[in-house]
Design a protein. Structure first.
Length: 258
């Protein structure tokens, strides 16, 4: 019997994922990955200068680097990637399922990204999520910044420590979180209610904050699925915030003991 098209597609996707690797670059991102025991490391290329700077992390990882003369250092990166003489080929991190990363803390906070594709924004969001104690950042499988060297560089090490999941369907993930007891709030500049007002008397509940891409914002389907649309309490009539700034402010405003 011939396999249905969707089954074949799913199997192909799995195969591609299994063979997928990422080139991390820059001293900071490479050091953090070398020091992360959960990160599968495949190949390290360094200049002699970078080797000295990364000496302790290389020893900790137990990896033998390929030391390359700076004049011949041509790693497989885009032109313009500031690699500082260090690149590391790795497998993408696996954080497990939504339930595994979103159940735990007393009153967990989770960020969901609705088509936020800019790796610099997602990197900055991962940093804020780590600093402000979010349990996870959840993006979309096909409309989110994938795990890349530029995302890792923007995340400044947070990619190694902050769970970043990519899900097939955002609305389904929102419903799954709602079934786990989460209050799901969608950030929308036109909303009547502020983040703080929506959480009045509910600070002990797990909260998920959904942010859309700058410009288009949240999609209609997302707006219909969340529990409530909220806005950041802002002064005056200025333009909208950058999505990474909005994520940081919303996380701070929703902290359990705010």
């Amino acid at each position: 019997m011939k396999k249905p098209k969707w089954v074949v597609q799913k199997e192909q996707e799995k195969k591609v994922e299994a063979n997928q690797t990422v080139w991390l670059f820059g001293l900071h991102a490479v050091r953090d990955a070398l020091e992360n025991p959960a990160r599968e490391k495949l190949k390290l290329m360094v200049t002699p200068n970078a080797q000295i700077k990364l000496e302790a992390a290389i020893a900790q990882a137990g990896i033998t680097p390929e030391v390359v003369d700076p004049r011949k250092f041509r790693p497989p990166l885009d032109q313009g990637s500031v690699h500082q003489g260090a690149v590391l080929e790795v497998k993408p991190l696996s954080w497990g399922s939504l339930a595994e990363v979103c159940i735990g803390a007393e009153a967990p906070r989770v960020l969901l990204l609705d088509r936020v594709t800019d790796p610099h924004n997602v990197g900055a969001i991962l940093r804020s999520a780590e600093v402000l104690g979010a349990s996870a950042v959840i993006g979309m499988r096909h409309h989110a910044a994938p795990e890349t060297g530029s995302l890792a560089k923007s995340a400044s090490g947070a990619l190694e420590r902050q769970p970043y999941l990519r899900v097939r369907n955002l609305a389904d993930s929102i419903k799954e979180l709602q079934n786990m007891g989460y209050l799901v709030l969608g950030l929308d500049g036109e909303a009547e209610v502020t983040v703080e007002a929506a959480l009045e008397g509910k600070r002990d509940r797990p909260v998920a904050l959904v942010l859309g891409a700058e410009g288009p914002g949240l999609r209609e389907k997302t707006k219909e699925t969340v529990d409530m649309l909220v806005r950041i309490d802002a002064e005056g009539g200025f333009g909208s915030l950058n999505v990474s700034n909005a994520a940081a402010i919303a996380l701070y405003a929703s902290r359990p003991h705010g």
